[in-house]
Design a protein around this ligand. Structure first.
Ligand SMILES: [Zn+2]
Length: 387
């Protein structure tokens, strides 16, 4: 048991100064005053959290947890995600996936990495599939993977409008989305289709046609990298009225033409996109070219989950977006969209994924499934091979 004393709770809605009692991996109670003596009597730990804000752990829905890249040859394959990269960014839940490389990388490795991250104490799920259609699966069909394998909650990222896309026909995309949907129904999962939006004009065309000609809903799809260039972003402002929009929190800028994720959230809101439709992810472990302010290529970089935490900080500190709204973008919305029922809110009975932030929005404490992993600003837990 752990008792957090006197923290300002954003659940994400602000509920004032409270004590939070955690035990067995979940939130047991959030009350004005919970007795310390009872907790210490049972061997529990007390954390004095006065002056700190307690918020739900962040959820990064798009991380190449078993590595990705390789588009510049074998030497450009990126390494696996490390636990410390999650903790640094306040991320307590990741969703792993393959990407461009559905040929030499495989879903077995992603699934084992999900299990590995869970064993290290954080929460993880994954997507089946890769860029390509027909897309790789573990059991022969995306519907079978989603319905039968607990760790698999959807399919993606399927590439559209990109030189690396298999250029699926409308019918191919529809069949994939329908199988993902049925798999989701049978397995009580989101069954969502994560779509990689490439650089070309009109990347939303196929999704719009799929929705117009079938019973599929816009909410069946989660288009990502919608801020990679201005013309896609402008279309996203219209598409987002009905469908979900995921913005990639790039570590630098993705060239002159990309839109910063935090600025993008504000622009989407101004365009009338419902807050509940907007998420941001890091594309963690993806290879990313880093450009300077003039758009000049500097070096090859790697995405890391702390990019979504940076977006949160810009939203609340620079754009003055209320905390409860910014927290939806990085935690509550992905929990709802991916149907992660224990995540995204601080309520009794929910998973004890909590970060405690100081007045400078720096992480002082992090708890994942009730286990303390960052204490007084320092990680106290490391990945198996980290030192
Ligand atoms: Zn992608």
């Amino acid at each position: 048991m752990i008792l957090l004393k006197n923290c300002e709770v954003f659940a994400p809605e602000p509920v004032g100064k409270k004590d939070i009692l955690l035990g067995g991996g979940i939130i047991l109670a959030i009350e004005n005053e919970i007795s310390s003596s009872e907790v210490t009597r049972f061997g529990g730990e007390i954390i004095q959290a006065g002056g700190l804000r307690a918020v739900p752990g962040l959820i990064d829905g798009h991380v190449h947890i078993a590595g990705s890249g390789g588009e510049g040859g074998p030497a450009t394959r990126t390494p696996e995600l490390q636990l410390s990269q999650m903790l640094k960014g306040g991320v307590t839940t990741v969703i792993g996936l393959l990407g461009t490389d559905g040929f030499t990388r495989n879903l077995e490795a992603v699934l084992m990495k999900v299990k590995g991250l869970r064993a290290e104490g954080v929460s993880a799920w994954m997507m089946t599939g890769a860029y390509q259609i027909p897309t790789p699966t573990l059991l022969g069909d995306v519907g079978r993977d989603i319905s039968l394998i607990e760790e698999i909650i959807g399919v993606g990222e399927i590439a559209l409008s990109d030189h690396r896309s298999s250029e699926p026909t409308l019918n191919e995309l529809i069949r994939l989305a329908v199988h993902a949907r049925i798999g989701g129904m049978l397995g009580n999962k989101a069954g969502i289709v994560n779509v990689h939006m490439g650089d070309r004009e009109n990347p939303f065309r196929l999704i719009n046609e799929a929705v117009a000609t079938t019973d599929l809903h816009f909410t069946q799809f989660l288009p990502t990298h919608c801020n990679r260039n201005k013309h896609i972003f402008n279309e996203a402002k219209k598409y987002g009225i009905n469908g979900y929009i995921d913005l990639t929190s790039y570590p630098g800028t993705l060239g002159r033409n990309s839109v910063n994720a935090a600025d993008g959230v504000m622009e989407l809101l101004a365009a009338g996109v419902p807050l509940e439709h907007i998420t941001t992810t890091s594309d963690g472990c993806g290879s990313m070219p880093i450009f300077d302010e003039n758009g000049k290529f500097v070096k090859m970089g790697i995405g890391t989950p702390d990019a979504i935490y940076n977006t949160f900080k810009i939203l609340v500190n620079k754009h003055k977006l209320p905390w409860e709204q910014a927290l939806k973008v990085v935690s509550t919305n992905p929990a709802n969209i991916y149907k992660l029922h224990g995540k995204g809110v601080l309520h009794p009975g929910k998973d004890a994924d909590i970060i405690l932030l100081d007045a400078n929005t720096e992480i002082q404490f992090l708890l994942a499934n009730g286990t303390l992993m960052v204490k007084n600003g320092h990680p106290i837990k490391k990945g198996t091979f980290e030192n």
